[in-house]
Design a protein around this ligand. Structure first.
Ligand code: SF4
Ligand code: FES
Length: 253
């Protein structure tokens, strides 16, 4: 069993001033997940009549993208290719002090404590991260043959869970890795060809309008991405953007 000291960013609301508060978590098992440790701390705070620490989570299996905050300055904590819900207390030692902060980005305003508003990502997807479909019965799964290497490459990009760690790690608060993953995923597949040209123009325009910064090829996004989304997606997005620009929006049917 461990005693863990926590420095946690507490902020009552979007407009409230925030500050770090100190807490001590007692009797923490090395087998607990990080979020279970926070659950224990919150139960103790509630018992004492204090406000629990607000943080997001849903699946707690590393697949939904809901969780995420900075653990000692690193998005999702010290483990590579992992979400914070998959982080375990065995990664820490008895007596450690751990600092927890929300994602820091203008496009992700703080809602409360460790929770930020990531709806900017939803609006980027709404701008073009979809495919046209005909209404009617579902087509047979094998009606559109797709070569295995292309299906695999599309799947690699489709693994993005929209957590926002890439933005939090980037000194420019760029959303290029997130946006490019969806653009790359759909540009590779036959179903994504209908909106291929407008998609990249509209999603990049929305990304800029939301206040995310430019990509300057620092690579921090790739280093912290829990799904290992590669920087090559950004190169593909840039190629898609130039292709769309040269093709001309006015020529797009
Ligand atoms: S690219 Fe990676 S870090 Fe960025 S939102 Fe997707 S899964 Fe999260
Ligand atoms: S809670 Fe779903 S990825 Fe962490």
């Amino acid at each position: 069993m461990m005693r863990i000291h926590l420095r946690v960013w507490r902020q009552a609301g979007p407009k409230a001033a925030g500050s770090f508060q100190l807490y001590t978590a007692e009797n923490i098992s090395a087998n607990m997940s990080f979020l279970e440790m926070l659950d224990v701390v919150n139960e103790q705070l509630i018992t004492k009549g204090q406000e629990p620490i607000a943080f997001d989570s849903d699946c707690r299996e590393g697949i939904c993208g809901t969780c995420g905050f900075l653990v000692d300055g690193r998005p999702h904590g010290p483990d590579a290719c992992s979400t914070v819900c998959q982080l375990h207390m065995r990664r820490f030692k008895d007596g450690d002090t751990i600092t927890l902060e929300p994602w820091r980005a203008r496009a992700f305003p703080i809602v409360r404590d460790l929770i930020v508003d990531r709806s900017a990502f939803d609006r980027i997807i709404q701008a073009g991260g979809y495919t046209s479909v005909n209404t009617g019965g579902a087509p047979d799964a094998n009606a559109i043959p797709i070569a295995k290497p292309i299906a695999d490459a599309a799947f690699d990009s489709a693994q993005c869970i929209g957590c926002g760690a890439c933005v939090a790690a980037c000194k420019n608060a760029s959303a290029a890795l997130f946006t490019s993953a969806k653009i790359t995923h759909l540009s590779l597949l036959p179903q994504g060809q209908v909106e291929r040209t407008t998609r990249v123009l509209d999603m990049v325009e929305r990304m800029d309008a939301e206040g995310f910064g430019m990509c300057s090829n620092e690579g921090e996004c790739e280093a912290v991405c829990p799904k290992g989304i590669s920087l090559t997606n950004i190169a593909t997005m840039n190629r898609e953007w130039w292709r769309a620009l040269l093709k001309g929006r006015e020529l797009i049917g």
